[in-house]
Design a protein around this ligand. Structure first.
Ligand SMILES: C[S@@+](CC[C@H](N)C(=O)[O-])C[C@H]1O[C@@H](n2cnc3c(N)ncnc32)[C@H](O)[C@@H]1O
Length: 245
């Protein structure tokens, strides 16, 4: 009988722990927190409610209908800075076009944990997919008739496509795009660094689109991303615990 009582108590405790995790928005299957774990070092402790709330708040501030497309940018720090700017402005999705070069896996490593980075082998696949989803795609390029950050149309979902450091935007991308957008140059230099142009154009696109539709990242994507993030934090934590043990 005492044995039966102990088993019953174990299952009641376990059920309430699962319910608490669910209430906090954490999938219990992604957590080993349903079974008592040995005390972890402070830096290895699991996702705290405060940290989870911070991530949820960041996702609530995202605009899902602005996408950055980065075409064959070769320098790691440029790709990284672009992804980081996206995260800072609440842009959820970035397409990296690998084209004829193989990107370093280190490109944007830190910030890519926080945004959805998708890799496409060629620019057509990215643009076709965006068009199918109702996006208009504008190449960032200094050409006659280009929109400016202030006049870029934001009445539909919008993607801004950046060219590589040396070659600029490809002919293929320009031919498929719905238009161009540029930052007027008033000095003697011909163009800006790609990540600088990204910061200027993406900030304007995100804020202006947000003024029309609000923070519109859909609930399913927020939930998927949150679970993915929790899973990563948990496996990182398990790695730390294993190393500490
Ligand atoms: C260093 S620039 C490339 C310059 C290249 N020689 C060219 O002819 O385009 C890299 C990318 O940054 C973006 N960019 C730089 N300055 C810009 C500006 N003033 N307006 C819009 N995009 C710009 C473009 O997407 C460009 O392809």
């Amino acid at each position: 009988m005492p044995c039966l009582f102990r088993a019953l108590r174990f299952w009641v405790r376990r059920a309430s722990r699962v319910a608490a995790l669910r209430l906090a928005g954490i999938d219990p299957r992604m957590s080993d927190a349903t079974t008592p774990a040995p005390a972890a070092p402070a830096e290895a402790r699991s996702v705290t409610p405060a940290r989870a709330a911070k991530v949820r708040a960041a996702l609530d501030n995202r605009v899902g209908t602005v996408v950055a497309v980065v075409e064959s940018v070769r320098r790691r720090h440029n790709a990284s800075a672009l992804v980081r700017s996206c995260e800072a402005f609440g842009i959820h999705e970035v397409h990296l076009i690998t084209g004829f070069f193989k990107p370093s896996t280190g490109a944007s490593r830190a910030a890519e944990r926080w945004v959805k980075v998708r890799v496409f082998p060629n620019v057509s696949d990215s643009i076709d997919e965006l068009h199918a989803r109702g996006f208009k795609v504008y190449v960032a390029d200094l050409v006659d008739g280009a929109y400016t950050p202030e006049t870029l149309p934001v009445d539909t979902p919008v993607a801004v496509l950046f060219g590589s450091e040396v070659r600029g935007v490809s002919a293929e991308a320009s031919a498929k795009a719905d238009g161009a957008v540029m930052i007027p140059m008033r000095g003697l230099t011909e163009s800006l660094n790609v990540s600088v142009s990204g910061a200027i154009l993406l900030r304007a696109a995100a804020d202006r689109r947000r003024a029309v539709v609000g923070n519109d990242l859909d609930a399913a994507e927020k939930s998927r991303f949150f679970q993915e993030w929790i899973g990563r934090e948990e496996s990182g934590r398990r790695g730390l615990v294993a190393r500490a043990g």
